[in-house]
Ligand binder design. Sequence first.
Ligand SMILES: Nc1ncnc2c1ncn2[C@@H]1O[C@H](COP(=O)(O)OP(=O)(O)OP(=O)(O)O)[C@@H](O)[C@H]1O
Ligand SMILES: [Mg+2]
Length: 259
Amino acid sequence: MEKRVKTKIKSVKKSKSKSKKSKKTKKEPIIELKNLWKTYHLGKVPVHALKSVDLKIYPGDFVIILGSSGSGKSTMMNMIGALDVPTKGKILLNGKDTSKFEESDLAQIRGQKVGFVFQQFNLMPVLSALQNVSMPMMFQDVPEEERLERAEKLLKMVGLEDRMTHRPTELSGGEQQRVAIARALSNDTEVLLADEPTGNLDSKTGKQIMHLISKLHKENGKTIVLVTHDINLVKYAHRTVKLKDGKVVMDNHHKPVKI
Ligand SMILES: Nc1ncnc2c1ncn2[C@@H]1O[C@H](COP(=O)(O)OP(=O)(O)OP(=O)(O)O)[C@@H](O)[C@H]1O
Ligand SMILES: [Mg+2]
């Protein structure tokens, strides 16, 4: 009898440790910044844009990066997207140290892992919405037919099926930002990095863009990192990181408000 009970306890313990293990494997960060420093040299005065930043971004995160102008938000985003090299410290992509990668490998990984959305939209003015969205796929050697098919699908997803042949100047600000979001998703990247995506939009259009980004997080499982000055956007995310003078001064997990 006693023996049976013991065996039972043992098996419970075993399954407990198993579930702990599977939780742990799920929790590996996609991107990790470790003791990261970025120093710019302007004349004789060094500008420490980032000072010993540690940050882990996990799959499925929706992180808002807050901070006043000059606090290092864009510098940090460029590091998260491995677009810039740190002065000191490490950037890990899926646990791998990016400083060990060749530039060509890094470019390939960047294209597949992160999509960028900027405040100024940064669309190619001579290209149509469809061509803008399909362009990043060219760098990943996606065949033309598939590129156009995917670009069409993405533009439909952001509600621009009637604007495919329009050039950026023939689109409103909100429409241009939706094209930029579709373009950022064109390689089906896991992570969407958005630096002030609503900064150039009126509040109603900004809200529509935030709803679209929320939907990408909830329904498409994208990991979102979004920089803003606007404290009102915190409600869309479940984590808020605050930067001050190049340092992380707050990292809060919270519930997003139901939208
Ligand atoms: N290329 C550069 N050369 C020199 N200094 C730079 C460079 N880029 C940024 N800086 C400086 O680094 C600091 C951080 O800049 P960063 O662009 O990351 O700020 P930010 O938080 O994004 O600000 P904003 O909200 O105004 O966009 C600032 O003091 C800025 O002047
Ligand atoms: Mg900035």
